[in-house]
Design a protein around this ligand. Structure first.
Ligand code: FCB
Length: 444
């Protein structure tokens, strides 16, 4: 691997609901994920984020661990219902204080805080008013962004408004696998729009409160490859690309919603009001991308016999999520992003893999498959940098094993193992490798 630039940001990422626990402590309000995980049958094995990694109580030791690993940056999210338990108006000071202390501790260790404002834990009170499907949420989000950026903006200089709005909108409101568990396409479309609008309206607010800051948004981008050169497979790939990738990328750069997808949905987009699309297209300082795998698109509107034989075959290296390990896809999506969308900077805000890790009798956790996954994806990042794509940093998902949404604790993504009985943290061999990689490249 070639040397990374000296100012390359080396980080790890987490999210509030996945690690904090303390779901009802110190005045925190209920979130849609509290409600969802407490509803029987929604999360595997009945797991909840009630305790998770108990990071709310163990943050001090966790920051020490980050320091030991040599992380230069830490991406975490703020739990909206800790700050505004009812979603708006009444600020819960103990919640603000928690993040104040965390930010101070990080800065003391020279670890750059990267704050995601929304990583899926909407206050339940706002969901009771319709959640993201309802336009009222936009004002509430801007108020929340204002409170947080006022409180932390003197010290936090890197802001991500939203994590993966496609997942919030479509997995939450159309597929029903995530909170709030609805299955309504029109709600999902409205939710996407209100998410993007919340982003657009909050960017100038954050900039005003946090001088000299960088503000961006994180998307989950999944490159699509037709399974064969058939027209039907190309059509399928174009559709999924539009549905997952272009439906968010295009409006962010001022191109509006992609017409093929709007037509395909076949529903009125009457939630769009004059001026909205300009608001959404506010220039950002960077785009964050979360990359895990590619998708091989196969037409489902014709039979296998009618279709051409597959020429693109899924590799046999598969993670525990049943995701193909495909580092090349990261290089492809970075190149495409740069040449088709031209964001001023790109950060890999998440990349990583779940494997069934075990603690060895000597107390160590050896995870060669994850180490190799991270290494090969970093090689693609380095290749993209050589090709002049402005990739400025990389955050491994995740710092810790944690609550993997509908899969509960059954999937371990951490470079640090968490024993959920004792809350002991054990850096895996991937963490040690990553740590070494940072030291070599950051000139430590
Ligand atoms: C992403 C989420 C993150 C984590 C990874 C595996 O979609 O942003 O919270 O669950 O997937």
């Amino acid at each position: 691997m070639t040397q990374f630039p000296k100012d390359f940001v080396w980080g790890a990422a987490t999210a509030s609901y996945q690690i904090e626990g303390a779901w009802n402590e110190d005045g925190k309000g209920e979130s849609i994920w509290d409600r969802f995980s407490h509803t029987p049958g929604k999360v595997q094995d009945g797991d909840t984020g009630d305790v998770a990694c108990d990071h709310y109580h163990r943050w001090r030791d966790d920051v020490k661990l980050m320091k030991e690993l040599g992380l230069k940056a830490y991406r975490f999210s703020v739990a909206w219902p800790r700050i505004l338990p009812e979603g708006r108006e009444k600020v819960n000071q103990p919640g603000v204080d928690f993040y104040n202390r965390l930010v101070d501790a990080l800065l003391e260790e020279r670890i750059e805080p990267w704050v995601t404002l929304y990583h899926w834990d909407l206050p339940q009170d706002l969901q009771d008013e319709g959640g993201w499907a309802s336009r009222m949420v936009v004002d509430a989000f801007v108020e929340y962004a204002d409170v947080v950026s006022r409180a932390l903006g003197d010290r936090v200089k890197n802001w991500i408004t939203l994590n993966e709005p496609w997942v919030s909108a479509f997995v939450g409101y159309q597929h029903g696998h995530h909170a709030p568990g609805h299955t309504n396409l029109v709600e999902a479309m409205a939710a996407s729009h209100h998410l993007l609008l919340s982003h657009g309206q909050s960017v100038p607010v954050i900039r005003a409160n946090s001088l000299m800051s960088r503000v961006g948004i994180t998307l989950n981008l999944t490159p699509q490859e037709p399974a064969s050169p058939s027209v039907a497979d190309r059509k399928a790939a174009t559709w999924v690309d539009g549905y997952i990738n272009r439906f968010f990328l295009d409006p962010l750069v001022g191109r509006g919603y992609p017409q093929d997808i709007v037509n395909g949905f076949g529903k009125a987009m009457d939630f769009i009001q004059p001026g909205d699309m300009d608001t959404i297209a506010v220039p950002v300082d960077f785009l964050g991308i979360n990359y895990y795998t590619r998708n091989i698109a196969r037409a489902d509107n014709i039979t296998e016999e009618e279709n051409e034989p597959r020429t693109v075959i899924r590799g046999d290296e598969i993670t525990e999520m049943d995701w193909e390990v495909y580092p090349k896809g990261l290089y492809n999506i970075l190149g495409r992003l740069h040449f088709e969308y031209n964001f001023p900077a790109i950060y890999i805000s998440e990349n990583g893999a779940a494997f069934p890790d075990k603690v060895r009798p000597d107390g160590q956790v050896d995870d060669p498959a994850r180490l190799s996954y991270i290494k090969r994806h970093l090689e693609m990042v380095s290749k993209a940098i050589d090709a002049e794509v402005p990739v400025k940093g990389y955050f491994v998902w995740s710092l810790f094993d944690n609550f993997e949404w509908a899969f509960g604790y059954s999937k371990r993504f951490g470079i640090v193992y968490v024993d959920y009985q004792t809350q002991q943290r054990i850096p895996k061999s991937s963490a040690k490798w990553y740590s070494q990689m940072i030291r070599e490249n950051a000139g430590l």
